[in-house]
Design a protein around this ligand. Structure first.
Ligand code: ZN
Length: 286
């Protein structure tokens, strides 16, 4: 099963329940499946939840000691296991960790984020705000969702070219991109180390990085022939060694592909004669 299929199924599910209020009522999602939510007090610290079927009825068990936002995500994650028919693999790692998370678990997280932050309610709000972690944080509060789930959905739904990257222990684990970046093949390689000099790498090293900074797009995207300057903002969470990154193009447009002639002009510096210095091309920076 691929991510597009999962997103499709999640949207069908959301459409069937048709939530209209923010934050969405996750118990309405469970009811739609005829599932019962049980809050368990005897689950371990890193156990968010599990589900089982008994005589044709589903039971979703969540850790009552988790914060409300986490419990809401767990309900939606368990619904994903049920709807997608994917087996769970919760034993090996705490639910927050992405370092060795199985593909099935990541797909269930993607499904869960679609349920918590449905396009119909979320996109209009995301589109009208400035791109920043502050905006993502405000939306996370309103939808009672985590910064990670909200950031991932934010980059996916907005019209502007934007990517959200989750890294753990300094390596990229998950990226979500807006349609415009997907169409331009702006690809952040999984398992890529945080690019040296990036805001994210510096935030992880303990530097205080306030607000977005300009950065060459080729630092994050590869292969990337379009040049351009990205804005990068990062948040680092020491307790999990997780780094969240927001990347977007300042003018909100993906730079067009350069013609051969333009590339050669940049290579040989012809354009510099008119006094306008072009942004250094990819080749020259090596
Ligand atoms: Zn799971």
């Amino acid at each position: 099963m691929d991510e597009i299929t999962v997103i499709h199924k999640a949207r069908e599910f959301v459409a069937a329940v048709n939530p209209i209020a923010i934050p969405v009522d996750v118990s309405a999602y469970a009811s739609h499946l005829g599932a019962v939510i049980r809050r368990q007090t005897d689950l371990g610290k890193n156990e968010s939840g599990w589900s089982f079927e008994n005589r044709g009825k589903y039971y979703i068990c969540v850790n009552a000691k988790d914060i409300g936002e986490r419990q809401r995500f767990t309900v939606c994650h368990e619904i994903a296991h049920i709807v997608l028919g994917l087996p769970s693999d919760h034993k090996t790692l705490p639910s927050w960790s992405y370092a060795k998370k199985s593909r099935e678990e990541i797909l269930c997280d993607v499904f869960a984020a679609e349920l918590l932050l449905p396009s119909k309610l979320f996109k209009p709000l995301a589109d009208k705000e400035l791109i920043s972690f502050r905006t993502v944080g405000d939306l996370a509060d309103r939808f009672e969702a985590s910064l990670t789930a909200t950031g991932s959905r934010f980059a996916t739904v907005i019209g502007a070219p934007c990517a959200f990257v989750l890294s753990e222990k300094g390596n990229v684990r998950y990226t979500s991109r807006s349609l415009s970046l997907r169409e331009a093949n702006a690809w952040v390689h999984p398992r890529l180390g945080l690019p040296p000099g990036s805001v994210s790498a510096r935030a992880r090293a303990g530097e205080v990085c306030e607000g977005p900074e300009e950065i060459g797009a080729e630092l994050w995207f590869s292969p990337w022939e379009r040049g351009g300057i990205l804005l990068e903002e990062a948040r680092h969470f020491e307790q999990w060694d997780q780094t969240l990154t927001l990347l977007w193009f300042e003018d909100e447009e993906v730079p067009p592909l350069k013609s051969k002639q333009e590339e050669e002009e940049e290579e040989w510096g012809i354009k510099e004669l008119d006094g306008i210095l072009p942004w250094p091309g990819r080749k020259r920076r090596k």
